[in-house]
Write a protein that binds this ligand. Structure first.
Ligand SMILES: [Zn+2]
Length: 368
């Protein structure tokens, strides 16, 4: 009798420890999954940024950053890391170090622009990439020049010369892996600036911002507007303007996170049941998955494409398009697209070619 009680108790204990073990596991999982955002207010301390119309770029950037941070923190599920919360001078590499150490999911740097002609105005959003024109290079050059204020910039930036376009090219390789995600967030932010706030659209662009160099995570650079423009300067310097810009950025981060969450769910859902798809062959047609398009020529080795093998590069005008897979089976290409998305190419889509010429996917499926 006594032994059965002991056994029963022991069983209970084992069961309980299993339960505790799983609760613990789940908790650490949740803790690890907290989405982290690094907010970087441009300039600070001895580096004031631009002072168009007497406004202060470093102050305005900080105020917008703090407002974005507050909205994110109140949201609960997002952890915010600030590169600075007051008027401190930070070297550019320290900013990316903070991002790196925190293993964040996102890096966002906020600035205000200035231009010689006061009529120029509008908000723009940038991702790290080759400068597409002189103006983009000029903005990056201006923002990168701060390293000349730093004592050890030759050592810290591996001989980077802010005045040389060639120096910028080396930077962009680092961010290539996150280009799709960075572009997605940039797009969402810019859409809110233009759609919600009716800011003049300076578009999503690529430029060589040094602060994004060593952030191995999706990274976006916001130029909230031109302080040199009378109305825009006053708007950005006002509490209303700062709150509105912050809200637009906050909403974009939320949508971005939602998109990512969706992808994760899809990936997990499809795992347990690997159903072999029936084939749906369309004769004389090659389906491919377009995973990215870039002005930069990247070697098609799998290490450049998140492990995807057999990526093909095709030059179209000034851009290089990157295709994954090639099959005349539409169901197969759907699988390939799913795989590309799971790897992080969230905007991957299917394209079709007939006798080497690009044709509409819908048309070939309809037998046209
Ligand atoms: Zn700036």
């Amino acid at each position: 009798m006594k032994t059965t009680i002991v056994i029963r108790e022991a069983k209970k204990l084992i069961f309980l420890s299993f339960v505790l073990f799983f609760i613990f596991q789940n908790n650490t999982l949740v803790a690890q999954q907290k989405f982290k955002v690094v907010l970087d207010a441009g300039h600070g301390g001895k580096d004031p940024g631009n002072s168009g119309n007497g406004y202060s770029e470093k102050d305005i950037s900080l105020k917008i950053v703090l407002a974005v941070g507050k909205l994110l923190e109140n949201d609960g599920n997002i952890e915010v890391i600030y590169t600075r919360k007051d008027d401190t001078f930070l070297e550019l590499y320290e900013r990316s170090n903070i991002a790196q150490k925190s293993k964040a999911d996102l890096f966002l740097s906020i600035h205000c622009d200035a231009f010689g002609k006061s009529s120029v105005h509008g908000a723009g959003t940038f991702v790290l990439g080759l400068h597409e024109n002189d103006r983009n290079f000029d903005i990056a050059k201006k923002e990168n020049k701060v390293i000349l204020l730093e004592d050890d910039h030759k050592k810290n930036y591996g001989g980077f010369d802010p005045n040389s376009p060639e120096s910028v090219i080396g930077l962009t390789l680092m961010q290539e892996e996150f280009l799709d995600q960075s572009l997605m967030l940039a797009r969402l932010i810019q859409d809110n600036f233009v759609g919600d706030l009716k800011r003049n659209d300076r578009l999503v662009k690529q430029a060589g911002f040094l602060v994004l160099r060593n952030t191995f995570m999706p990274s976006v650079y916001v130029e909230a507007g031109f302080l040199t423009n009378k109305n825009e300067g006053a708007y950005l310097n006002s509490k209303k303007g700062q709150q509105e810009m912050a809200k637009a950025i906050f909403k974009a981060i939320k949508s971005y996170k939602k998109q990512l969450d969706k992808n994760v769910v899809i990936e997990i859902k499809t795992k347990p049941k690997p159903v072999k798809p029936k084939s749906r062959i369309v004769k004389e047609v090659d389906f491919k998955v377009q995973i990215s398009s870039s002005s930069k020529k990247v070697k098609t080795a799998s290490y450049n494409f998140k492990g995807l093998k057999g990526v093909e590069r095709v030059r179209v005008g000034a851009h290089h398009k990157y295709y994954y897979g090639k099959t005349s089976d539409y169901n197969k290409v759907l699988e390939l697209k799913k795989k590309a998305k799971a790897k992080g190419y969230i905007s991957a889509f299917i394209v079709a070619f007939k006798y080497g010429r690009k044709v509409s996917v819908r048309d070939v499926l309809a037998g046209k």
